[in-house]
Design a protein around this ligand. Structure first.
Ligand code: SF4
Length: 384
């Protein structure tokens, strides 16, 4: 048991992309000029952060971004080696690397095969769609043929533990194409997918283009309809919707992300990365130059927020309700559980189940997950 509590995850943010997808609001740059300095800073940050996680045993490692597949195997190895010098990666359950289809050449796959000895055992591929018109709308760097051939190449090389990202609600995508995208996933036998509605975040290129009338606007109704198609098709194909946006064949859940949702500790490294140690959240500056300069002075450029009791409970409500395991009210003080049950009276009963104190959402409820969670939130005043 003790061992279980000390296990934690590490997330590494690689802030470089080949091309800017127009909907993206993650932190990245398309100028690779600082890549060497960034790697140097990242190795130094591993050193500086070595006391953040109390335990040294790491259960999951996740390279996200940005586009981690832009790094060479020697760069990736140097990061893993540095981690190994401060943490125990011997019990690593999952080591995921995000990759874009345009990076997955035969050469690159050879490098990945070498990295398997360091524990690399899962890839998250940013496919988004198997149709060119959707990929063009999103300004992705790959086309549909590359999406397909890259997955086949991965599978032929023996990489079966794949997850792909798919986006629905794109104005260029009709329901028929959405069905076909899902059919392609089933035909390829991909064990896990993460799927999100296209959202237009303020200040993104997509936002600007829609405002100028250069791109068609996104329809909420289309997105809601395609979310329903997604839930139904995935269920019929034998996938479990274990989190609102995540679907897995039985047992193929993402360990790293599941640990976020169940409130385990994690350390985030690299610009814009977030960390959580059950007491506070901290997040690194989202700027490569500032990050590199600060780390060179021996200072992690991060802001930190101590979490109040109400914030900790609300995070648990928000993340648990999104999972198929739901929110176990018996884990809270009886008073908190009473407050939540009182708030439930204001929610449409067709949107949730409450069985043995475990609250889960129905399919219609999943469309309103965030709003339902927010209406159950406790307030600071309730604890005064
Ligand atoms: S590849 Fe990913 S991180 Fe990079 S711009 Fe596109 S969506 Fe954003």
């Amino acid at each position: 048991m003790g061992l279980l509590f000390t296990m934690a995850g590490i997330y590494i943010h690689i802030p470089f992309c080949r091309q800017a997808c127009n909907y993206c609001n993650f932190y990245f740059t398309t100028s690779p000029g600082n890549k060497d300095k960034f790697i140097e800073a990242l190795l130094h940050e591993i050193e500086l952060s070595k006391e953040y996680l109390e335990g040294k045993k790491i259960e999951t490692l996740y390279f996200g971004g940005g586009t981690p597949s832009l790094l060479s195997s020697s760069e990736l190895k140097s990061i893993v080696r540095k981690l190994e010098s401060h943490y125990d990666l011997g019990g690593l359950k999952e080591f995921t690397l995000e990759a874009n289809p345009d990076d997955l050449s035969a050469e690159k796959l050879k490098e990945f095969i070498e990295l398997q000895s360091s524990g690399l055992n899962r890839f998250s591929i940013g496919v988004q769609s198997f149709f060119d018109e959707d990929l063009k709308y999103m300004n992705r760097a790959h086309n549909s043929a590359e999406a397909l051939s890259s997955i086949k190449r991965m599978q032929d090389a023996g990489f079966e533990n794949l997850t792909i990202d798919l986006i629905y609600g794109t104005p260029t995508m009709n329901d028929e194409h959405w069905h076909q995208n899902l059919e392609t996933v089933f035909t390829l036998g991909i064990p896990h997918i993460s799927s999100y509605a296209l959202t237009v975040e303020p200040k993104t290129n997509l936002d600007r283009k829609i405002r100028k009338g250069e791109n068609k606007a996104v329809s909420e109704e289309q997105a809601a309809n395609q979310f329903n198609i997604l839930m139904e098709e995935m269920r019929n194909a034998g996938y479990e919707q274990y989190e609102i946006s995540n679907f897995a064949k039985p047992g193929k859940y993402a360990v790293h992300n599941s640990n976020y949702w169940s409130g385990k500790k994690y350390l985030g490294l690299g610009p814009s990365a977030h960390s959580y140690n059950k007491v506070a959240r901290r997040w690194n500056v989202a700027n490569n130059i500032n990050y590199i300069q600060s780390i060179a002075r021996g200072i992690i450029p991060a802001e930190e927020e101590l979490l109040t009791k109400a914030q900790q409970i609300n995070e648990r409500i928000m993340t648990s309700l999104r999972t198929m395991w739901g929110l176990d009210l018996s884990n809270f003080d009886s008073q908190v559980s009473v407050w939540i049950k009182e708030d439930l009276k204001g929610i449409d009963p067709s949107h949730y189940y409450l069985n043995n104190d475990v609250l889960t959402l129905t399919n219609p409820g999943r469309l309103f997950a965030d709003a339902i969670a927010a209406s159950l939130f406790v307030t600071e005043e309730q604890f005064l």
